[in-house]
Write a protein that binds this ligand. Structure first.
Ligand SMILES: [Mg+2]
Ligand SMILES: [Zn+2]
Length: 246
């Protein structure tokens, strides 16, 4: 896809950062952990349909969550066993110091995300509904129900929470958009981002599709990469650097 050329301005090097949650901020995919521990095994067949592009993530998650039947304690146990990136807290502090906004955009469950962030002591950065966008999970006894408050109208991709649409809605003027992600639920987001940090399946997807990206393992790598990339460079050089470093 062609990206519009934009003029430089004094704000051009102040980025806006969007992070996937599952497998990016956490070291494991919380949604997959919940499903593998608490759902009927047929959730994997639905996952396969999604991976093949036969269904969108909205339909995928709706059908999968209907297969979960477990008390809240078991749900909490599955969530609490998922480790967070040990450098994420320092990254949040770093971004706050720089006055760079950090948004979490996730197809996963807000309930699980809030619990993980709270456990890691970083929920203070994402307290408001305007910094965290995910599918809304309601826990009612053994029953879980899902809704999609941030994308009430389904997008063309069939996303649960459309990351590309959120980025386009939240991006500010000419500020470069940085996206950090790990999986196939990020494939539409990387098409609208200016700078991409990718690992695992997303890295393979970017490489297979000629999308410039920086491989990363932890948020320490993201922080170091941003410090290097966003040293006072005009945006045109920033984009050239992004391509050259990938
Ligand atoms: Mg992910
Ligand atoms: Zn979408």
């Amino acid at each position: 896809m062609t990206k519009k050329k934009r003029e430089t301005s004094e704000h051009d090097t102040e980025p806006i950062i969007f992070c996937d949650f599952d497998g990016t901020i956490t070291q494991l995919d919380v949604t997959d952990q919940i499903l593998s521990e608490l759902a009927h095994p047929s959730w994997r067949e639905i996952e396969r349909e999604w991976m093949l592009g036969l269904i969108g993530s909205r339909e995928c998650l709706e059908r999968q969550i209907a297969l979960v039947n477990a008390p809240a304690e078991e749900l909490h146990g599955a969530i609490d066993a998922v480790p967070i990136d040990p450098h994420f807290a320092a990254f949040c502090k770093f971004a706050r110091r720089k006055h760079w906004p950090v948004y979490v955009v996730s197809d996963g469950f807000d309930y699980a995300i809030h619990r993980v962030l709270k456990g890691a002591g970083v929920e203070k950065y994402f307290r408001s509904d305007s910094t965290l966008f995910a599918s809304a999970l309601r826990v009612d006894g053994r029953k879980l129900t899902l809704s999609f408050p941030h994308s009430p109208q389904p997008c063309a991709h069939g996303c649960a929470t459309c990351k590309a649409a959120l980025i386009n809605r939240l991006r500010e003027g000419r500020r470069p958009v940085v996206f950090v992600g790990d999986g196939m639920s990020d494939r539409f987001a990387v098409e609208v981002a200016d700078v991409v940090f990718a690992k695992r399946q997303l890295l393979a997807h970017c490489r297979a599709n000629g999308i410039a990206c920086h491989p990363f393992e932890t948020f320490k790598d993201v922080q170091n990469g941003l410090e290097k990339l966003l040293a006072p460079l005009p945006v045109r050089r920033l984009r050239q650097a992004a391509v050259a470093l990938s």
